[in-house]
Design a binder for this molecule. Structure first.
Ligand code: PLP
Length: 368
């Protein structure tokens, strides 16, 4: 692969195929695979990722918000798309663009039925979300009667699935809590089926649920982070390949004297004769100010170069005193060896935040 000559996020579709096949190998043949491609496919590129997964015959997609689904439809994605967190102001668009809403409280349920009826829909597919302990979105277990009565009173919509979301599937110390969520979900589902008289699909597992709770895959699973190459554990990270590599280049090298300062607010003071490199990537690109002052680092010719001083909007300065390098050399923020997880750890955050933070200013380069 040619070396980066500017800041670029490379997206490796081969790695995506690998991750998809690996996660699929954890499922029974009949279990459906929903790919979560919200937030630009976790900061990568939602259109190229979704097209590739559609070619691999994934069953379903999910996004968080309606406008994310519209982008996929405009790009020619024809598979069903679940919108996890739609707001009533977008319900007309949902129907016009054949997107499928998650309905999570009585306000959105009633307003969606109203819009679907006004648009003369019959059996429009919707997904009913129940809260089983995350306490974020969803009807309560005690709402089943109410939801079913609303659904039975209309022919405009049909419950294609009933689902919930796990709060701590990656944390085996919370195993009892997760098993309890799964039990609650089963009770909700059987009550729902009994009352409505048909069997909607059931789903509760995210990536860590797929890996850790194989008895809870039900009819479909919803994978996000695993597709992008992170498994929320050292063991699963081994089986997955990060699809995104963030690369840049040294634009200038400075030689500084003892006691000179570097960057805004003079936050860094040199300890002796030192060499610094300026890199064209800053907090506007997703390198949070948290990484400044030696909390974060990049790799220059395979050696770790700590970020010194404050992260600027468009640049960082790194310490290359002991690194043999020159202007124009490639810089790696993360790739499949030098993982975003390392950076996440040093900044006390999680891989999800690092990869979704890479801003749209950074050019995406799709590698087939
Ligand atoms: C984001 C999201 C997922 C995907 O979770 P991962 O841990 O990334 O696999 C699944 N379900 C819901 C409801 C989500 O919001």
């Amino acid at each position: 692969m040619s070396k980066a000559q500017e800041t670029v996020l490379e997206i490796d579709l081969g790695a995506l195929t690998h991750n998809f096949n690996y996660l699929k190998s954890k499922l029974k043949r009949e279990t459906k695979f929903l790919a979560v491609v919200k937030a630009f496919a976790y900061g990568s590129d939602s259109v190229s990722v979704a097209k590739h997964l559609q070619d691999l015959d994934v069953d379903y997609f999910a996004v968080a918000y309606t406008n994310e689904g519209v982008v996929l439809r405009d790009a020619g994605i024809t598979k069903p798309i679940l919108v996890l967190h739609p707001l009533p102001s977008s319900f007309e668009t949902i129907i016009e663009r054949c997107l499928e809403p998650s309905l999570y409280n009585s306000k959105v349920l009633n307003e969606f039925i109203e819009v679907a009826s006004a648009k003369q829909q019959r059996n429009y597919p919707v997904h009913i979300k129940f809260n089983t302990g995350l306490n974020r979105l969803g009807f309560w277990q005690t709402d089943v009667d109410y939801v079913v009565s609303k659904l039975k009173a209309t022919s405009s919509v049909v419950a294609k699935s009933v689902f919930s979301h796990l709060a701590a599937s990656e944390d085996l110390e919370e195993k009892d809590f997760t098993l309890n969520q799964i039990e609650t979900f089963k009770n909700i589902a059987s009550n729902f089926e009994k009352q409505i008289g048909y069997k909607p699909w059931l789903h509760i597992c995210n990536t860590s649920g797929v890996v850790n709770f194989s008895n809870a895959h039900f009819d479909m699973i919803r994978c996000g982070i695993g597709l992008y190459g992170f498994g929320n554990s050292a063991k699963e990270d081994e089986n997955l390949k990060p699809i995104a590599s963030l690369k840049s280049v040294i634009s200038q090298i400075h030689k500084i004297e003892p006691n000179e300062s570097v960057g805004y607010n003079r936050a860094y003071k040199s300890h002796g004769y030192q060499k610094t490199a300026t890199i064209p990537i800053g907090h506007a690109d997703g390198i949070s100010r948290i990484y400044g002052n030696e909390k974060g680092f990049v790799f220059v010719n395979d050696k770790k170069a700590p970020i010194i001083g404050n992260v600027c909007m468009d640049m960082i300065m790194v310490n290359i005193t002991d690194i043999d390098c020159k202007e124009g050399d490639e810089v790696i923020v993360f790739d499949s060896n030098k993982k975003a997880a390392n950076l996440a750890e040093s900044a006390q955050t999680i891989s999800y935040e690092i990869i979704t933070s890479i801003s749209q200013r950074v050019k995406r380069l799709i590698i087939k």
